[in-house]
Ligand binder design. Sequence first.
Ligand SMILES: *[C@@H]1O[C@H](CO)[C@@H](O)[C@H](O)[C@H]1NC(C)=O
Length: 300
Amino acid sequence: MVLLLQNPLLGLVGMLFWLCVLPWAKGGKVLVVPMDGSHWLSMLKVVRELHARGHQAVVLAPEVNLHIKEEDFFTLQTFPTSYSQEEFDNDFQRHNQMLFKTQHFLKTLLETLANLKRGSELYYETCSEMLHNTALIRHLNESSFDVVLTDPVFPCGGLLAKYLSIPAVFFLRAVPCDLDFEATKCPNPSSYIPKLMTMNSDHMTFLQRVKNMLYPLGLKSICHMSYDPYASLASELFQRDVSLMDILSHGSVWLFRGDFVLDYPRPIMPNMVFIGGINCANRKPLSQVVLLPFSCWCYS
Ligand SMILES: *[C@@H]1O[C@H](CO)[C@@H](O)[C@H](O)[C@H]1NC(C)=O
């Protein structure tokens, strides 16, 4: 402001610049590739806001799904799948029932792993069918989208963006196995950054640090099981070796639905933005204060 008063000419030039640029600041075309379930319920609010700001959103989803239904603020583009709604619902029911069963810990663990495997296979099948749907890919390619908005926990959106040569914006609560650190080459010192499910804090004793290093090894095999197929699928599409990291590093911006009130501080890269609180739009005062390690449930 002081600069403007001292130099009115500079202010005038600035104003002219904005007047010239503004006419080009029009709405973009956004291809949304959501992860179903609670992930989609968070993203839905962003799609509504994008629409309100004059952007055009097309949401791409399998015909058979859980929560992704037509709304008036986006165009829903569905594609067929080889499994029926009934099979899908049965799988989901089985998973829900297991959560409330009381049985031996080992049995629960084995069933959880089996369900996880089945779930990963189902999502992978969906992705493979979508990317092999030549009519759909041709249509999406011709639609010339400006950006893909997707949750990288389901790497299909990132892969599609790479395939169509469109920039991708990742919208996520978290990804397992520190894939976000690895894909963005973000520093990740395990002596200071508590790993998922260790219940460690950012101040660890020697033994906690050892635990912090050992825990991720177990998760790694689950990540291999769930994510390796996407690298094979990508390699087939691009006719060359493509890794999961090649897919995830296609993300231009990572929007994290968290912040350092809820999560421990961690290193971040310049293309990471913390947008925690986006799920707290309909906030209500707490009826009472309960001190639990995870007392904020508004981020899902
Ligand atoms: C998209 O269209 C361009 C231009 O026609 C073409 O070069 C490219 O191979 C197409 N991409 C896919 C994934 O089909």
